[in-house]
Design a protein around this ligand. Structure first.
Ligand code: NAP
Length: 310
C-alpha cells in the first residue's frame, strides 16, 4: 500500500470554520489540505441571506460568501480534496485521515465537519423525503411556488426557512411544539409581520402523509391532545442540528450529544487535534463564530507544530 500523502495540517470540513482555518494555516505557509465530503460551504452555503457577518453591510447570499472564502484559501495555496472521511487513526502518535480516496497523514488535525439536520422521526418523513419533505428552503423553495407549505420548528433555522419561502409559497404555516420561539427577536418580528406566515402553536406533527408526494400533516395539540389534519403541498423540517461526529466516537472526547469537547484553544483531548465550528461543544453556530473558532484552532495548530507552548 502506498504511503499516505503527508500534510502539515489537514482540516476536515469546508464550512466557514474549515475555510477560515485553511486561510490561516495556508497563509502561515503550512502545507494544508481541506477534505470536504459534500459541497463546500456547509450550512453557510445554504443560507439565502447572511446579514450578521461583520463588515458585510448589505446581506450576502451564503453561496457567494462561500465562494469568496474558498477563493481566499486557494490564494494561500490550500489544497481541496473532495471525499468523505471514514475514520481517523491516531495510534502511535500518528494522525491519519481515512477516506474513500485513501489515507492522508498530517502533523496537526482540525476537525470542522459541521452538523447535519435533526430529523423529526415521524412516519412519512423518510418515505416522502425529496417528494415534498425538505430540509433546505434555499435549495428547494422554487419547487413550492404557489403552494401551501409548513415549516416545523421554532428556532432561527425554522424562521429563516419560512421567511425565505414567502418568495415562492402562497402560504406558510410555522408549526411549533411550544408557544414561545427560540429564534432571535429580529427574525420573530419579520415572520410575525408577514401576512403569508401563520403560526400554529403548541402543536406536534405526528405524521406526514400523501400518495407519492406530501399532501397533508397529522397534527396533535400538545395542550388538549386534539388531533387535526392540515392539507399542505410541502413540509420543511427545521428542528435543530446535530454534530457530524459518528466517525469520531472513541477517537476524541465527545459530549453526550456527540459534540467534540475542546478547551479555549479549540484543542481536543488529543494534542495537535483541534475542533472548530458547529462540530464543537458549546458552539454558537454562527458563521462569524465558526470563522473565529477556525482562526483560533489554526493559530494554536501553528504553535503546536513549531513547538511553542501555549
Ligand atoms: P435550534 O435553535 O436548536 O431550534 C430547534 C427548534 O426545533 C426549536 O424551536 C425546538 O423546539 C424545535 N424542535 C427540536 N426538536 C423537535 C422535535 N422533535 N419536534 C418538534 N420541534 C422540535 O435549531 P436551528 O433553528 O436549526 O438553529 C441551530 C443553531 O444554528 C442555532 O444556534 C441557531 O442560532 C443557529 N443558526 C441557524 C440558522 C439557520 O438558518 N439554520 C441561522 C443562524 C443561526 P423548542 O424550542 O421547544 O426546543
Amino acid at each position: 500500500m502506498p504511503a499516505p500523502s503527508q500534510y502539515d495540517v489537514i482540516i476536515i470540513g469546508g464550512g466557514p470554520a474549515g475555510l477560515t482555518a485553511g486561510l490561516y494555516t495556508g497563509r502561515a505557509k503550512l502545507k494544508t489540505a481541506i477534505i470536504e465530503g459534500s459541497a463546500i460551504g456547509g450550512r453557510m452555503a445554504e443560507a439565502w441571506e447572511i446579514e450578521n457577518y461583520p463588515g458585510i453591510v448589505e446581506p450576502i447570499n451564503g453561496y457567494d460568501l462561500t465562494q469568496k472564502m474558498h477563493e481566499q484559501t486557494i490564494k494561500f495555496g490550500v489544497e481541496h480534496i473532495q471525499t468523505g472521511v471514514t475514520g481517523i487513526d491516531l495510534a502511535d502518535g500518528h494522525k491519519i485521515v481515512k477516506t474513500a480516496l485513501g489515507d492522508y497523514a498530517a502533523r496537526a488535525l482540525i476537525i470542522a465537519g459541521g452538523s447535519e439536520r435533526r430529523k423529526l422521526g415521524v412516519p412519512g418523513e423518510k418515505e416522502l423525503a425529496g417528494r415534498g419533505v425538505s430540509f433546505c428552503a434555499t435549495c428547494d423553495g422554487p419547487f413550492f411556488r404557489n403552494k401551501i407549505v409548513a415549516v416545523i420548528g421554532g428556532g432561527n433555522g425554522a424562521l429563516n426557512e419560512a421567511i425565505h419561502l414567502t418568495h415562492f409559497a402562497e402560504k406558510i404555516y410555522i408549526i411549533h411544539r411550544r408557544d414561545k420561539l427560540r429564534a432571535t427577536p429580529v427574525l420573530q418580528e419579520k415572520a410575525k409581520a408577514d401576512n403569508k406566515i401563520e403560526f400554529l402553536w403548541n402543536t406536534d406533527v405526528t405524521a406526514i402523509e400523501g400518495d407519492g408526494t406530501v399532501e397533508r400533516l397529522k397534527l396533535k395539540n400538545v395542550l388538549n391532545g386534539k388531533e387535526t389534519i392540515l392539507p399542505v403541498g410541502g413540509v420543511f423540517v427545521a428542528v435543530g442540528l446535530i454534530p457530524n461526529t459518528d466517525y469520531l466516537k472513541g477517537v476524541v472526547e465527545l459530549n453526550k450529544v456527540g459534540a467534540v469537547i475542546t478547551n479555549e484553544n479549540m484543542e481536543t483531548n488529543i494534542p495537535g487535534v483541534y475542533a472548530a465550528g458547529d462540530v464543537r461543544a458549546n458552539s454558537v453556530r454562527q458563521v462569524v463564530t465558526a470563522a473565529g473558532d477556525g482562526a483560533t484552532a489554526a493559530s494554536n495548530a501553528q504553535d503546536y507544530l513549531s513547538g511553542i507552548k501555549v
